[in-house]
Design a protein around this ligand. Structure first.
Ligand code: ADP
Ligand code: MG
Length: 491
């Protein structure tokens, strides 16, 4: 028996990585292996026969049987194997151990007569795990807060990652997408397949990659959003397991680009119009002037008088058109001076008073108690009010009400010009700001374009909302402070 015990102890000593402790029923230490002594820096006779909770070094955790917190407790009393994690501070470091307690039982007995404790230092493993966890958390935070949309999907298209950027651009909540939607549903029909093909091709950033490709995605509400999309295949052990896509909303950029192009086109049209206008104006005045002179001669028949009258009316109309064209080409940098916008509105309303009366249109100005003085070009803004009031009048041939409301914000002022006229059908609304677009027999289609040019030169915005048969609201926003001009018209 002695020999067997010795052999048993030798076996325990030869186990290098585990620190082994054998205790008896009374928790007295029966044996500790060599690695245990070396690791915890004990001499064998310092520990053998001692109560295990009297050992001061191994673990700082309460280890007293009296408190019922001994990690061996269940193994000792119930005879079951138990696993636990223990820590201790050693030379300024926090060490972690995984401990297993095995009962040594005699046949048929529930409680053991010995317990073998096997400790393994898992500090490094713990640290690595923690570092890995931190890194993963950091990476997933980066993904989550990225301004770009990030969506990753497996080979079947099931979405696995969907970040805040994507949520902002597409509108879906993560829980509506992850594991629920197929990535193809984020594209207009058929587009996902084409994009996938492009990823495999060489031409768009290399095989397995797609770089800054301009395309469209479909939002939750069905609207389409233009994006720059980059994507690449994800591999694990050289096996393709999915695709990750990064996309950036470029609708604002596109809007500015389009506006820039439109302004450029406008500038070109404007130059041509100025040239044509210059050539036509003088002969037109002559025609009108002569027609007037001839009409005065009494010898003419009434029929011919009427014709001359028409010549004069039409030349006047053409002259007005040329004046409009002129102001369209001349919208230049505004000469802003501090002024009271209400006075200007009242002035324009007075100018048009007789037309309002004639057409049974009630004019109603609704300013707040205080409207700050701010800088604008009175000549240009007067023109805007004239254009908009005229449009409102023309939309109310049977009378109505023209209301101007003013709302003062922290940084800007809103002027809302609302009529109770015929309204604008949706298909017409898209065209409102195209030069020469008109639905009127004698319209020029320049009023709104000129108005927008002027407002944008003031770093403001103009928008139109309308409902057929109910009326139209024209909302102008002007900054109360100076800002950079985003829409400077190209020369
Ligand atoms: P014009 O008045 O010469 O037609 P505008 O640029 O001023 O040119 O207006 C363009 C078009 O927009 C008009 O022909 C009309 O169809 C529509 N529109 C503008 N303002 C209104 C309004 N207040 N109510 C109804 N339609 C409007
Ligand atoms: Mg008009």
């Amino acid at each position: 028996m002695e020999a067997e015990v010795r052999l048993f102890c030798q076996i325990l000593d030869s186990i290098q990585d585990d620190y082994i402790l054998v205790v008896n029923q009374e928790r007295r230490i029966f044996y500790v292996n060599k690695p245990f002594l070396e690791h915890f820096r004990y001499q064998r006779d310092e520990v053998i026969g001692k109560l295990c909770y009297e050992m001061s070094r191994p673990f700082h955790e309460p280890c007293t049987a009296a408190q019922g917190q001994c990690p061996l407790e269940n193994t000792l009393s119930l005879g079951i194997t138990q696993k636990t994690t223990l820590t201790r501070n050693w030379e300024g470091r926090k060490l972690s151990y995984e401990a297993m307690f095995y009962p040594l039982k005699e046949d048929g007995r529930v409680t053991p007569h010995m317990v073998i404790g096997v400790f393994r230092d898992i500090t490094t493993k713990r640290q690595l795990e923690q570092e890995l966890r931190h890194r993963l958390e950091f990476e997933s935070r980066l993904i989550r807060i990225s301004i770009d949309g990030i969506v990753a999907n497996d080979r079947q298209g099931n979405i696995l990652i969907y970040n805040e950027g994507a949520q902002k651009i597409l509108g879906y909540q993560p829980e509506e997408v992850i594991g629920k939607l197929n990535v193809a549903e984020l594209y207009p029909p058929g587009l996902a397949r084409e994009i996938k093909k492009k990823i495999y091709q060489d031409d768009f950033g290399g095989a397995g990659r797609l770089e800054n490709f301009e395309t469209t995605l479909r939002c939750q509400d069905g609207s389409l959003v233009p994006v720059w999309l980059s994507a690449c295949l994800i591999y694990e052990d050289s096996q393709e397991i999915g695709v990750v896509g990064f996309f950036r909303d470029i609708s604002e950029r596109k809007r500015l680009e389009e506006r820039f192009l439109q302004n450029k086109r406008l500038a070109a049209v404007g130059q041509m119009a100025a040239h044509i206008g210059h050539e036509i104006k003088n002969p037109l005045m002559l025609i009108g002037g002569f027609a007037q002179q001839v009409q005065r001669s009494a010898s003419l028949e009434e029929k011919d008088q009427r014709k001359l009258q028409i010549i004069q009316e039409e030349t006047r109309r053409l002259e007005r058109f040329l004046t409009d064209l002129g102001s369209f080409t001349r919208v230049s940098t505004p000469h802003k001076v501090p002024g009271k916008i209400i006075l200007l509105l009242q002035e324009v309303a007075e100018m048009m008073e007789s037309s309002f009366k004639e057409q049974k249109v009630k004019f109603c100005l609704q300013p707040p108690p205080e409207v700050p003085v701010f800088s604008f070009d009175p000549g240009q803004i007067r023109q805007v009010f004239l254009n908009l009031f005229k449009n409102a009048l023309e939309a109310m041939p049977a009378g109505g009400q023209l209301t101007v409301k003013i709302e003062v914000g922290d940084h800007d002022i809103a002027l809302i010009i609302a009529d109770t006229g015929q309204g604008i059908p949706p298909e017409v609304q898209k065209e409102l700001f195209s030069p020469f677009f008109t639905t009127k027999e004698k319209g020029t289609g320049l009023g709104l374009v000129i108005s927008r040019q002027i407002i944008e030169q003031h770093q403001g915005e103009i928008a139109i909302e309308s409902e057929v048969d109910r009326g139209t609201r024209c909302i102008i926003r002007l900054p109360l402070t100076n800002q950079q001009n985003l829409y400077r018209r190209p020369i």
